[in-house]
Each structure stands twice: as C-alpha cells, then as structure tokens.
Write a protein of this length. Structure first.
Length: 323
C-alpha cells in the first residue's frame, strides 16, 4: 500500500530530529494522519481503516520512545477499532476519526495549560529555578509564574549535544526573566544555588521512571544530595503505554559526529544514548494536568488511557526494533 506523502514527510522529520519536543511530534503525526483520512479515495470503511492502519504502523516504525506521538497513534487507532466494531460506514468512519484528531489537539492544548497552572504553584516569589535542557512545558510553567508577578531567576546548562539549553536561554530573555547559563559539568555548582529543579520529559514509565535528555539523571542526583526538590512537568500524554508490558524505553545512541569529528580519534568509540532514565525515588512529584502526582501513580494513569489493540500487539516488536 502506498504511503501518503504527509506520512513520508513526518517520518523524515522524526528521523532527522528537526521537529522539536515530543508534543510537537504528536501534533505533526496526527495532522499527517488527518491528511490521510481527508485525501483517502477508499471505496468503503474497510479500505479507509486499512489506509489509516498502514499510516499508523509506518509512523510507529520510526518512532523513538516519545510517548505523546505514541499515545496519539493509540487514540486514532482506538477510534478506528471502535468505529469498525460499531459498524460505521465510510463517511461515518471518516468523520469519527477526524473528530478524534480534533479532540486530541484540544485535549493536548488544555492539558498543557493545566500543567502550567499547577506548576506555577510550585514556584514562590524570589525562587531560583534550575532547568536542564529545554522543555516547552516548563517554559509555560515559568511564564505562568512570571505572569503572576513572581520574581524568578532561571539557571540552565547547555545540554550537549545539540545545546538545547540555549533555546531556554533565548526563551527566558524573550520573557524578560533573568537567566544564567553554564556548561553541563557545572550542575554541581548551579543546583545547590537553586530552590527547585523542574524539567520536562519525553516519556514516563508505568514504574514511575522518566526518560529525559541525557544529563537529567545526574541533575536529579545532585538535587537529592543538596535537598533541592526535583519536579517533572509532563501532561499524561507523556505516559508511555508500552511500559505496561515491562518493555524498555526505545532510545537512540548519541551520533558520533556530535561528539568527535569523523576520523579524529581512530579506534575511539562514542557511547551512551541521547536520553537517560531518572528513577522515581529522585522525583518529588510529576506535575500533570491532574495536579501533583506521585511517580508511583503512573501505572494507574496509563491503565486508564485509550489503548489500541492493533498498536498494543505490536509494541514488543517495536520496542526491540523488529517492527
């Protein structure tokens, strides 16, 4: 079956890592699937369902352990499965899937607004906040606190490779919030000067473990050593359904050319991944649209999310790169 050009485009953008955060990937994924639905010339509901499933699986094949786009795929395919079980005809199926995508976009935006409201409660007037790397969710939290009139100072490090921490510097300057930046190795000096640490997440496991940009785990360790509360700001779209099966996070290694120049050090192997895992005992709370939750509650949250059997059955192969 021919893959729709919008699916090819979003897959290429995911592969080249040029979209941004996981939430942004989810938005582009559902938009691409909506293009498939709207442009489909299927003769019946079965044909349209097949086209949607092919598009969903094509995206799944290239998707790292980013929970928001995975949950977006779950929602779309769950709607397809429920609609087929209810006997919906072609036009009804088309309308139902498009509506589910619209509802997903609305939910995603409202969830982020709620996270910002709750997260701002954790920040007091005069606080210094340490933020590792970049997170549009944490940016929203900081902006909400700033808009409440709270005086805030932000400390951040570069977040190599790719230096996403500099995006945070740019955003804080845009907001008019005092910001200091340093090298990643300086976390042991910056975090003790902070009143709290708040970072975003790419995925939250059923165990309460959290997948973040590499460097987050040592930041959490430093925070614990100095008694600085460590928060994760992430709506429930970041909660990873594949971890219900005990599957590991699917992560990419650090590209060698982001560490050393090709051929510069013959025989040296570049190791480690672009993301690390922070254990739940280092996390004071996960700030989501439901409020402040204990990492141990992640299991219950994921169990109650819309889950597609079509996707769920493929998760073991996906997690191990066999899809």
């Amino acid at each position: 079956m021919t893959i729709h050009p919008s699916i090819e485009t979003v897959n290429d953008r995911i592969h080249r890592d040029v979209i941004g955060g996981a939430a942004d990937i989810a938005k582009e994924v559902v938009q691409a699937i909506e293009d498939v639905v709207v442009d489909s010339r299927a003769a019946d509901a079965s044909g349209l369902a097949g086209e949607i499933e092919a598009a969903v699986i094509a995206v799944l094949k290239v998707l790292p352990s980013f929970a928001p786009p995975l949950n977006a795929l779950h929602r779309v395919m769950k709607q397809v499965e429920d609609s087929r079980a209810a006997g919906l005809e072609l036009d009804q199926l088309r309308a139902a899937v498009v509506q589910s995508i619209v509802e997903f976009k609305t939910f995603a935006e409202q969830a982020l607004r709620n996270v910002a409201i709750y997260g701002a409660e954790a920040i007091r007037d005069g606080d210094t906040l340490f933020m590792y790397s970049m997170s549009s969710t944490v940016w929203r939290v900081i902006k909400a606190a700033h808009d409440q009139g709270k005086r805030i100072r932000v400390l951040v490090t570069e977040s190599r490779p790719a230096n996403e921490g500099m995006w945070t510097v740019e955003r804080m300057i845009e907001y008019g919030i005092p910001v200091e930046v340093s090298i990643d190795a300086a976390i042991g000096m910056l975090i003790p000067r902070s009143d709290l640490v708040m970072v975003g997440a790419d995925s939250v496991a059923a165990s309460g473990e959290v997948l973040c940009k590499v460097g987050t785990y040592p930041s959490a360790l430093v925070a614990r050593e100095h008694g600085v509360p460590f928060y994760i700001a992430a709506d429930t779209l970041k909660f990873d359904s594949s971890t219900l099966l005990g599957l590991p996070f699917r992560v990419d290694p650090i590209p060698a050319d982001q560490v050393v120049k090709p051929g510069e050090y013959p025989g040296a192997v570049v190791s480690a991944s672009l993301f690390d895992v922070t254990p739940p005992h280092l996390i004071k709370a996960i700030i989501c649209e439901k409020g402040f939750i204990n990492p141990a509650a992640a299991f219950t949250v994921i169990q109650n999310m819309p889950l597609s059997k079509t996707i769920f059955d493929r998760l073991p192969d996906w997690a191990h790169g066999r899809l």
